[in-house]
Design a protein around this ligand. Sequence first.
Ligand code: 5AD
Ligand code: SF4
Length: 438
Amino acid sequence: MYLFIKSFGCQMNEHDSQKIASILEEEGYELTDDPEKADCIILNTCSVREKPERKVYSALGRLLPLKRKKPSLLIGVGGCVAQQVGEKLLKEAPHLDFVFGTHQIHKVGEMVRAARAGIRSLDVSMVDDVPSLHRFPTPAPGQVKAYVTIMQGCDNRCSYCIVPHVRGPERSRPPEEILQEVRQLAQAGIKEVTLLGQNVNSYGRNLPKPLTFPRLLEQLEEVEGIERIRFTTSHPKDLSVELMEAMGELKKVCEHLHLPVQSGSNRVLQAMNRGYTREEYLEKVEALRKMVPGVALTTDLIVGFPGETEEDFELTLDLLRQVRFDGMYSFKYSPRPFTSAYEMRDDVPQEVKAERLARAQALQDRITSEILEDCIGKVEEILVEGPSPRGEGQVTGRTRTNRIVHLKGEAGQLVGRMVKVRIEKSLRHSLWGERLEE
Ligand code: 5AD
Ligand code: SF4
């Protein structure tokens, strides 16, 4: 039997999809990338941005002909929209078989079995999904890197963000369990782990025996077989000097930090309830660059937050010029229910949001190209991840700073290996390197 999963969102969402796949593997399903071939289709939804609910309904609408053609096809919706909308989904889409929230991933096996017996089901309760937290997805053959959830939920109240509502309060996983999972991954051949949490910098505060994130990194550094450690996301207000030191000192922790700034205007940052000013953000970036030479930064940006003026937006552009991020994810503000900004008037017109987004992206594209261009001539250590999408006889990997590098080589020989390359050329969003003899 074949399973098709569509992920709609962030890394946490992608990672949940992997867990769903590994649970359903035990039920006899094999992943396919062809929905036409599937016996079960799951839409794993995300409610962070832009009309997610509508997107789910239209995706469900597109599945209707498939279900008509093959009545035994099972269709499920999971993730943040399921958590938020719940029963309404089953009511509005009669061809939908089951709905499960972000806290109930482990129930998906049961639900699929029930659906096969003709029973529609729903579980969006907020009781913690302990069984799925304990589940370590098995890496696929040839897989080089894996995600590891270290915490769930978020205790911040950024005024635009629905995450605390759907994912609940912050809960950290005990360090022993994280270590066990990482050791297991290393034994299965994984070379790089990315630790996942909404705000990894506040990891461990609520554990019975509190432990800070830098100390967790120290413990993970000891795991044999793991060669690189990354993590995301970091909240600027919680980025501590200890973490910067750990990034500078620990050999396996890579020199890349995703540090969402959201806006460069203090007025907007305050309205977003971000808990830092532009100046504090810039100071932290400067300190980090001193302690972690060559560190690459990436960021998230929201344009058109309620009340954002042209001056506010220009301050954001100015911050992009000052920091010179490697890359940026940028979004037009969209009001989300259950957030405090939902009460504010969404007063920046769509055209203005679109125009600001395009200006921010054009500026960032220029900066990204300049940074990539500056890499030419440097010698970098690459972890080869797989065949290159650019074509036969080429492989792709990443620098420690998370820049993508393509090079000549056979996947069979190089995947999972560290190789030294000299960067020869910059491409649009990546680099081309020549392998150096070892
Ligand atoms: N509108 C637009 N972008 C948002 N994000 C979160 N909530 C919203 C919203 N309501 C963006 C932020 C966050 C990223 C994951 O999604 O930039 O960092
Ligand atoms: Fe949302 Fe802010 Fe928590 Fe990130 S830190 S998940 S933006 S509330």
